[in-house]
Design a protein around this ligand. Structure first.
Ligand SMILES: NC(=O)c1ccc[n+]([C@@H]2O[C@H](COP(=O)([O-])OP(=O)(O)OC[C@H]3O[C@@H](n4cnc5c(N)ncnc54)[C@H](O)[C@@H]3O)[C@@H](O)[C@H]2O)c1
Length: 450
């Protein structure tokens, strides 16, 4: 009875602090997901502390600077004046009421889930956990991660032997746990972040309620599901749906090119159907932290259940950068030029339009493949003055200007940033290979679509 009272007072206390915007929110992982989330809570006057192991990021934020293109230093400074601070000191976790984890979930070299960022973070959080806190994982991952990986570490490694609340009658030695996927679409300005409904899977009813109250203060709508695993799976369903449909439309694009049909015209026409069709667009390859990665989290987990996710594997087989190379070779060939020794300007290296994110960008593979074929490759991208080294590339290239495009044997459009003046680009170039249909509406024999 005493325990029940204590637990319900912990619950009421946390809920009322969320309502009055005095609940202290800790965001772990201040990257593309975590930093904007921290700013959203700060805008709503919550006291926010950001945690990151990257000391450079912590120092930049401390000086009121930003390292993400679409976040201005002014936004950071305004958050700081409302009490936002960043730290790498996990001891401060104890002071938080809500802890939201937004760390990376990449694939390892064997194309398997790399949960090391989640486990490292959880090991770092656990010793500082106290009763009455809520821990929410936002990183995209396979169903079961929250319950099978995160909770055992939190329970086994906290000093007070606290348990995750599973019964909706949390004792005074318990904390709450939920999973809530990040569903942001970087570069998409048509839907404001707070208008993207927030899916929430609490480990028990109370965890779901607290998480809903917390997210309900910054998102217009919350969508409760029955468990963390259901929320984890929801995010994967969304991304697998995209991945498979993008692969399908890319396959149809290849066929259309052979049949001398314009896939873009066809998609636009099909998209006029008021029901049952959602348009997906072809391109030079899958990119970003999510679409080329997340589906394989599920394929991997499915094997534990003796199940093969054949659609996912098939979608992964459509390897488009090689098609772009073949199209470039063929376009140069028609000009009686070999790829070996040709000067090629790659336009756009970000993985998609108008963003400053290079992760898994097909442009990186395309540049490497062109170089392997002996091309002299330059690039231009308004978002990247320099492309150095990443997980799977080591280019060490500096941006070239768009002056004198006529010097290149081929200008290859890989990312269709809206800043580019495509008419001017076509006018000034000898040959344009366009993998995004960025030159739509421009009539010129110099353009080759691929
Ligand atoms: N970027 C997106 O558009 C997007 C969209 C939806 C979902 N997601 C998912 O959100 C998660 C985060 O992605 P992101 O794009 O923000 O990644 P990111 O690489 O931009 O940021 C992750 C941050 O976590 C920090 N970090 C790593 N280990 C840490 C640790 N132990 N303690 C504290 N900080 C640590 C890193 O230094 C980095 O700043 C991933 O699971 C991703 O799949 C991303």
């Amino acid at each position: 009875m005493t325990t029940q009272l204590t637990s319900s007072s912990l619950l009421t206390d946390l809920k009322s602090r969320i309502e009055s915007r005095t609940a202290r929110v800790g965001i772990i992982g201040l990257g593309y997901v975590g930093l904007p989330l921290a700013l959203l809570y700060s805008e709503q006057k919550f006291p926010v502390t950001g945690f990151d192991i990257d000391q450079k990021k912590v120092d930049t934020l401390a000086k009121g600077g930003s390292y993400i293109f679409r976040i201005s230093p002014e936004e950071i400074q305004s958050a700081k004046s409302s009490g936002f601070s960043a730290t790498s000191d996990y001891a401060k976790i104890t002071e938080m009421d809500a802890i939201i984890i937004c760390v990376p979930t990449p694939l390892n070299e064997y194309h398997e889930p790399d949960l090391s960022y989640i486990t490292n973070t959880t090991h770092a959080v656990a010793p500082h956990l106290r009763a009455g806190q809520i821990v929410i994982l936002e990183s995209t991952t396979y169903p079961g991660t929250t319950e099978e990986v995160m909770i055992p570490i939190l329970e086994n490694e906290n000093r007070a032997r606290l348990k995750a609340s599973r019964t909706s009658a949390a004792g005074d030695q318990e904390f709450w746990v939920a999973f809530s996927p990040e569903r942001e679409d970087p570069g998409n300005t048509s839907v404001a972040r707070h208008d993207i409904p927030k899916v929430i899977g609490g480990l028990d009813r109370q965890a779901g309620e607290i998480a809903a109250a917390l997210y309900g203060s910054i998102f217009r709508r919350t969508v409760p599901v029955s468990s963390p695993a259901a929320a984890e799976m929801t995010k994967l369903l969304e991304n697998i749906y995209r991945c498979v449909n993008i692969a399908l439309v890319n396959e149809l694009k290849m066929l259309c090119l052979r049949m001398n049909l314009n896939i873009w015209e066809i998609i636009d026409a099909a998209a006029t159907k008021p029901f049952g069709f959602h348009p997906f667009y072809p391109g030079p390859g899958l990119g970003g932290h999510c679409i080329p990665v997340d589906p394989f989290y599920l394929s991997w987990k499915a094997k534990e259940f003796d199940f093969h996710t054949r659609f996912i594997e098939l979608a992964g087989e459509v390897n488009l950068p090689y098609n772009v190379i073949a199209a470039t070779i063929s376009a140069l060939n028609r000009q009686k030029k070999a790829i070996n020794g040709s000067k090629v300007m790659v336009l756009g290296v970000a993985y998609k339009r108008d963003i400053d994110d290079l992760r898994e960008s097909p442009a990186l593979t395309i540049i490497e493949l062109l170089q392997k074929e002996g091309a002299q490759v330059s690039y231009n991208d308004p978002y990247f003055p320099f492309v150095g080294r990443g997980r799977k590339y080591d280019l060490q290239m500096t941006r070239s200007s768009l002056d004198n495009l006529g010097q290149y044997d081929c200008v290859l459009i890989v990312t269709d940033h809206t800043d580019y003046d495509y008419k001017k680009i076509v006018n000034e170039s000898q040959l344009v290979v366009d993998s995004r249909y960025a030159t739509r509406g421009i009539e010129s024999k110099k353009i080759v679509h691929c």
